[in-house]
Design a protein around this ligand. Sequence first.
Ligand SMILES: C[S@@+](CC[C@H](N)C(=O)[O-])C[C@H]1O[C@@H](n2cnc3c(N)ncnc32)[C@H](O)[C@@H]1O
Length: 265
Amino acid sequence: MSKRWFQEHQRDTWRRQARSKGYRSRSAFKLKQIQDKFTLINEGDLVLDVGCHPGGWVQVSVEETGSNGLVIGIDLLACAPVDGAQLVIGDVADESSQDAILELLREGRKVDGSILPEIGVDETRLFNTIVSDISPRLTGQYDRDQAISLELVALVLDFTLPLLATGGSFVTKIFQGTGIEGVVNAAKQRFSRVQRFSPVASRKSSSEVFIVCKHKLLKPKKGSRGTTVSQELNSHLESKGIIQLNEPEPETEVKSGFRRVSKKE
Ligand SMILES: C[S@@+](CC[C@H](N)C(=O)[O-])C[C@H]1O[C@@H](n2cnc3c(N)ncnc32)[C@H](O)[C@@H]1O
């Protein structure tokens, strides 16, 4: 029995199971396995799902929060409605998408359709859990895809962490490889517990891993006050000699996923 045949067979098993249980993606099982191990979502929680299309993680989030919870999903692609959840089409890095998420959060429509108690005009209701299975459009060039995944995850952290309550949980997919430590270190500055986890439902051949962060701190640790995750990632990449920030001209571009990689002539 070839390894490839075995992997394909495993993949079909998850797909078949997803179909038989009514999940829109085999990825749904990844979140279920993360949830079994770390209990990121509790009943009645407010959950944001970043990169939610076609909706498998939204379905699992709705199940886990129950009728008293609130689930909002965002994706570049339109997602067919999921009972009880609210879906935003857009780029998580765009202000208009963030405004749309904030508006839904303020409105506070729960899974059962009822509305959470009103909050003051100057208050922001916050999420208890943010889950992100975000993935760039893959080019097939691993270095490039992995670099884009790192940047994307740093952006997601920067854009969504202000919406996560103190003590809240966060999980994101990321592609393993150069620079991942930069994101893990930045997460450790902001959460009391950070772990990498590979669910069984991830393909054996996959380079994806999930960074699971629990208990968001009231403030980032000292070294990270006033800096963003993206800035910390860039500093990490610079310290490893992977990118050079603010280097003088002239320079030639080196083929790589990182936009700012450059080499002196
Ligand atoms: C692997 S899929 C998510 C699958 C989903 N968790 C499920 O279970 O159905 C990754 C998604 O990330 C989305 N994505 C990538 N970049 C994004 C961005 N900047 N803003 C919002 N969504 C993004 C893609 O459109 C894609 O649908």
